[in-house]
Write a protein that binds this ligand. Structure first.
Ligand SMILES: [Zn+2]
Ligand SMILES: [Zn+2]
Length: 259
């Protein structure tokens, strides 16, 4: 069984009843969370025991993709039922220094800054040129063009039919080869159709670009995500359908897509 459950599909800020980017990928009995933006931990708790995640993988260090890692740190630390093991947390390059700085900000005199996060997380930086293996699934990365270094993530389940999450990606990103053959694409669609060319090229796809990428991949299913509710997601789905013949969904909390 392979599924992606949307934990949050709002853009850089939370929406009405919807947090920012986070996705729970379930492959058989392996649970992997991609990104953990604000207001997504409470949705995660509806679907899986937060103490038993096999990995959390972070695409980039923007607040809308990481803020609930801090909420989860408190939850793992103070929840009356403790985890039996640490949660593996794969950060992008620079992530360990970032979390060391965050620990220095958050710690009080009773805390140990060195172990503030490592008490609950097995912290590691991934090398985006190499694969990460979680359970039986290989995971690979490709750089996107964005405001800060950011990596799209491809999951290669052992029985085939890959899944790609674009993370945040401007259209100058060269993802065509990376997505080729993927069955399911969850794609940044944050830019409004009338956004500036600079925004589309360097910061975020719009729905048309997301659909073109899914079409290029030969995917059967596209999920439009990272959208502001003010930017009319229903209209964006109509726009996407002009560029992609497969099934199209709009990310919302609890939406489960199997593939
Ligand atoms: Zn973002
Ligand atoms: Zn971003």
């Amino acid at each position: 069984m392979k599924s992606v459950t949307i934990l949050g599909g709002s853009s850089a800020g939370v929406g009405t009843g919807q947090g920012c980017s986070s996705y729970l990928v379930t492959i058989d009995d392996t649970h992997i969370v991609l990104d953990m933006g604000p207001d997504t931990l409470q949705e995660l708790r509806k679907h899986v025991d937060f103490r038993k995640l096999d990995a959390i993988i972070i695409s980039h260090l923007h607040m809308d993709h990481i803020l609930d890692l801090f909420a989860l740190r408190f939850t793992l630390t103070y929840n009356p039922i403790k985890a039996e093991r640490k949660t593996p947390l794969y950060l992008p390059p620079g992530g360990l220094a970032f979390f060391a700085q965050a620990a220095a900000l958050f710690t009080t005199k009773n805390d140990n800054v060195q172990s503030y996060f490592s008490d609950v997380y097995e912290l590691a930086e991934y090398d985006p040129t190499r694969e990460v293996i979680v359970g039986t699934t290989r995971i690979t990365f490709a750089p996107t063009v964005h405001v800060v270094p950011c990596w799209a993530i491809r999951m290669h389940p052992a029985d085939g039919d890959d899944f790609v999450y674009t993370a945040d990606a401007g259209t100058d990103s060269d993802l065509d080869a990376f997505v080729d053959g993927a069955a399911l694409v969850v794609a940044d669609s944050a830019a409004a159709p009338d956004a500036s060319e600079a925004t589309k090229r360097g910061v975020h796809f719009d729905a048309a670009a997301a659909a073109e990428l899914a079409n290029h991949a030969g995917a059967t299913h596209l999920v439009l995500t990272h959208q502001w509710e003010e930017n009319d997601p229903d209209r964006n789905a109509v726009i996407a359908a002009r560029h992609f013949d497969g099934e199209i969904d709009t990310a919302k909390p609890g939406l489960e897509v199997t593939w």
